[in-house]
Design a protein around this ligand. Structure first.
Ligand SMILES: N[C@@H](CCC(=O)N[C@@H](CS)C(=O)NCC(=O)O)C(=O)O
Length: 337
């Protein structure tokens, strides 16, 4: 085979000029792509013993066949899935988001917990916001952030080969949809679905005003790509201020807010019912281990690590530390203020 290839490659110019008179090569389907530059496609220059022999060898070896690509169907769904997963290993999916954003953290945690091959790409928070619609705040309204992917400036978005997308979009938005997709296709590990536990829902609602008041002024000061540019900080300040948030008042209220938060964190400690042996025995909300419920609560706790001096009950602290560490997601403790 090597000899034949060498002979054919060496005589390529002659083959290219020889008009094919008859076709004796085995039939190999309509599409043949040779993957070696400056090499002669035997289908096109048949007619000599060497070329016919070469073509037969290609056919026997299966070379020159079109490669499988995401979206192609063999007659086996299991094989298609295996090939798709290999594609992801070679070309990881991309999770587009903001480092500080709890929705992005949710998707990131779940993708990592279930072992999906992916990388993160972070954007400035003002990128993609239209200054015409935002009283002069924001920049790059057409090309910025995830606008080219989904037509609007909302993160997270998952993109990559084989990711299901709606018509006109190039990526999958909505954190819970990303989690659901990942949980459905993951190969390495599993995660249990959400339970709809009422106590979790209620806790999230009750903690929201307090945690937002604590987080908002501090998140903007962190050294993360989201707020690397002053235009990003200005956009975030504008966005929250126009909805009635007072940054200065929130900072001044820190002691009161911390006092409000303490019993809520104690309460959360009592809601952690299990541990997950498949994940370093980390604490979990449910008895059977990690579930989508944890992806609702953990991002909130991660955000709170930007508050300097915030104390968490030991179990809750262990929960956020191990849950995020299992996913390679850093806490904000070192940037806390
Ligand atoms: N329902 C969406 C919410 C996503 C969301 O609100 N993302 C925020 C980031 S924290 C965003 O991109 N906001 C853009 C903006 O307000 O400019 C999800 O779960 O993914």
């Amino acid at each position: 085979m090597a000899l034949l290839l060498a002979v054919a490659a060496g005589s390529s110019a002659a083959f290219l000029h020889a008009a094919p008179t008859r076709r004796t090569t085995p039939h190999r389907g309509a599409v043949v792509r040779l993957q070696v530059d400056d090499f002669v496609d035997p289908d096109l220059v048949s007619g000599t013993f060497v070329v016919d022999e070469l073509a037969a060898t290609w056919a026997r070896a299966g070379k020159g066949r079109q490669l499988w690509k995401p979206g192609d169907k063999t007659d086996s769904a299991a094989l298609d899935y295996k090939l798709l997963y290999t594609t992801w290993k070679l070309n990881p999916l991309v999770l587009h988001g903001y480092e500080h954003c709890p929705f992005c953290t949710r998707a990131r945690l779940v993708l990592a917990w279930v072992g999906m091959p992916f990388v993160c790409r972070f954007y400035g928070y003002g990128a993609g916001a239209d200054p015409v619609k935002c009283e002069g705040f924001g920049y790059d309204p057409v090309e910025g952030g995830v606008v080219p992917l989904i037509g609007s400036k909302v993160c997270p978005v998952l993109s990559g080969a084989g990711v299901p997308v709606r018509e006109g979009q190039l990526g999958l938005p909505e954190s819970l949809e990303i989690c659901s997709f990942a949980a459905g296709v993951a190969k390495d590990r599993r995660i249990a679905p959400a339970t709809g536990r009422k106590d979790i829902d209620e806790w999230l609602n009750r903690v929201k005003p307090t945690r937002e008041a604590l987080e908002r002024p501090r998140l903007l000061r962190m050294a993360v790509p989201d707020f690397a540019d002053q235009r990003d900080v200005a956009y975030a300040r504008w966005k929250h201020t126009r909805s009635g948030f007072d940054f200065d008042a929130a900072e001044k209220a820190t002691p009161k807010l911390l006092a409000e938060l303490a019993p809520l964190l104690d309460e959360l400690g009592t809601m952690l019912r299990g541990r997950d042996p498949a994940h370093g025995s980390m604490p979990t909300l449910n008895l059977w281990g990690l579930s989508i419920d944890d992806s609702l609560v953990l991002p909130v706790l991660r955000s709170l690590t930007c508050v300097k001096g915030l104390e968490m009950p030991p179990l809750v602290r262990e929960y956020v530390e191990t849950g995020c560490a299992r996913a390679g997601v850093p806490l904000f403790t070192e940037m806390a203020s």
